[in-house]
Design a protein around this ligand. Sequence first.
Ligand code: ATP
Ligand code: LTN
Length: 333
Amino acid sequence: MTPKKVMLSAVQPSNRLTLGNYLGALKNWVQLQSQFDCLFFAVDLHAITVRQDPKELREQTYRAIATYIAAGIDPDSVTLFAQSHVPQHAELAWVLNCFVYMGELSRMTQFKDKSAKQGQNIPVGLFTYPALMAADILLYKTHLVPVGEDQKQHLEITRDIAQRMNQIYGNDLFTVPEIYLPPVGARIMSLQNPLSKMSKSDPDPQSAVYLTDTDDQIRKKLKRAVTDSGSEIAYTAEKPGIKNLIDIQAAITGQSPEQITQTYAGKQYGHLKVDTAELVATAVGPIRDRTEQLLRDRSYLDDLLKQGAKKARTRAEKTLGDVFDRLGLIRRG
Ligand code: ATP
Ligand code: LTN
């Protein structure tokens, strides 16, 4: 039997996860997990590229892992861990920092967006963030990375770094990873501004449905979702608010946006909002409740993280040793 290909992905524990994180990432991890050898982790070292409250960060890291399981990730068959528990990530990131260029990093839209919010003092980690992400991926010879659309540029730079180093040190050094983008739901928009991405670090809590929201909060947020002028329900870029609600429905139900739009012929925006709210509440409710349940048993989560990190370290050390060798560093014991 040929071994399964490797699939890997991660979320920053920078806040509670959102519906965007679920539809753009987690839901697809769950759907694909049985076909791959999977590693999923919480990127706590990425989260500290912007200031975090230490207590909150620790809490959100546990919560992220619990949410993966609550969403349907099978903790017994995948490797689950916290990024900072596997020191090889930071070590390989240093090496990759020596092979990625200032020009490449300064073109990253995530860097441009996030640094614009930092004022004068922009942490260097925010700039070199993609090198750490490339390390996350390349350490495990990953084939497939399921993410939302905002991560496309980071995947491309990862591929470029891998190809660049393979050319110098041998084509079998790194596997060049592929991105997996879901057909719908790859970019869920803010409920308050449908031209910008729903994001867990948006300061306006009305802009996102969190996977911790009660059914009532979900209904209220969707009722207040900013929609467009006019009254016809159409799936078009000219109506980004309406399009977003249809996309949310499509990503949850698996129906196409066109099919969904047809069912609203002659109906009003209110109908679409109410139905979307019910679908979201039904999808989020069980994840929310199961997450809370899992969070009550810290020793279970600690055990899981410990075992996961142990498995990940062994795999990561193999690749890192190979990289160090080829670069001419003396092998460590
Ligand atoms: P932050 O606001 O802290 O940057 P975020 O909400 O953008 O957080 P990330 O941790 O950057 O979330 O992303 C985790 C995963 O969720 C990534 O695969 C990302 O592409 C995906 N994702 C994030 N936001 C959305 C969204 N609005 N729609 C679809 N996918 C998303
Ligand atoms: N940059 C990603 C999080 C991330 C990631 C990864 C995703 C860090 N390392 C490796 C996939 C694979 C983000 O969503 N902001």
